[in-house]
Design a protein around this ligand. Structure first.
Ligand SMILES: CC(C)(COP(=O)(O)OP(=O)(O)OC[C@H]1O[C@@H](n2cnc3c(N)ncnc32)[C@H](O)[C@@H]1OP(=O)(O)O)[C@@H](O)C(=O)NCCC(=O)NCCS
Length: 203
């Protein structure tokens, strides 16, 4: 699978573990950039697909207004310096095809959690692992993290594969931990530590 190469980190300023201006990142096949209000149509195209939203914590978008509302929140989170979510653009066709980012960040514990979603049309090409590896690199090299984690519903075997392909380690299953779409779900926990990232990078 294609490895990501050095991203563009201009503009990323670390202040006590916080990122003040989310930079554009680049991998072999993807651009990770800030989301924009104009992305609503492309977002609605996948966020309204029940196959895509089957295992995510947010509700399937019913109208384009749901996508607009999500993007408005995300854009304002950039302005307040809190937003750590990127839009994913596929270089091959320059389309906005999904999102990825740090869904939670605890600077005091040097820890953050990753989340991701892709349009169904782009599944099965190793694009999510490519994006996740770029986030892992950014998290360790620019945010000063020590631990990056990710969780998925136990039945989401495809998402579990993404974490494995990004060299994250399965730590265990947290039983009935979250109520998602009305049901209490077992959650698989994965993580990668800074020292593991550095050891793999030096191979
Ligand atoms: C999870 C998701 C991001 C995976 O992205 P991806 O770029 O397709 O990931 P990959 O191409 O590396 O494929 C991962 C696995 O998907 C499976 N897969 C392959 N082609 C597939 C296809 N056309 N359709 C569905 N699954 C496929 C394979 O098991 C593959 O593992 P393998 O490479 O070992 O064979 C994507 O499926 C998605 O957006 N799902 C909905 C949102 C979601 O569940 N997000 C995670 C919440 S925790």
């Amino acid at each position: 699978m294609a490895q990501h190469r050095a991203g563009e980190h201009r503009g990323a300023v670390r202040t006590a573990g916080r990122v003040r201006d989310l930079p554009r990142l680049e991998t072999d096949r993807l651009i990770l950039r800030k989301m924009r209000l104009e992305d609503a149509e492309a977002m609605f195209a996948y966020a309204s697909d029940p196959e895509v939203t089957r295992y995510v914590i947010w509700a399937t978008h019913r109208t384009i207004e749901d996508s607009r509302a999500f993007l408005e929140l995300t854009v304002s989170s950039y302005a307040s310096g809190e937003g750590l979510d990127w839009g994913i653009v596929y270089k091959g066709d320059e389309k906005f095809i999904g999102t990825c980012g740090f869904v939670s960040h605890s600077p005091e514990h040097a820890r953050a959690e990753i989340g991701y979603v892709l349009s169904r049309r782009y599944w099965g090409r190793g694009l999510a692992p490519e994006a996740v590896r770029a986030l892992i690199r950014f998290g360790f090299e620019r945010m000063g993290l020590n631990r990056i984690e990710a969780r998925c519903i136990a039945g989401n075997t495809v998402s579990a594969r993404v974490m494995e392909k990004a060299r994250m380690t399965y730590e265990g299953t947290l039983r009935e931990r979250e109520k998602i779409q009305g049901k209490l779900r077992d959650m698989k926990m994965y993580s990668i530590l800074r020292r593991e990232y550095l050891a793999a990078r030096d191979l």
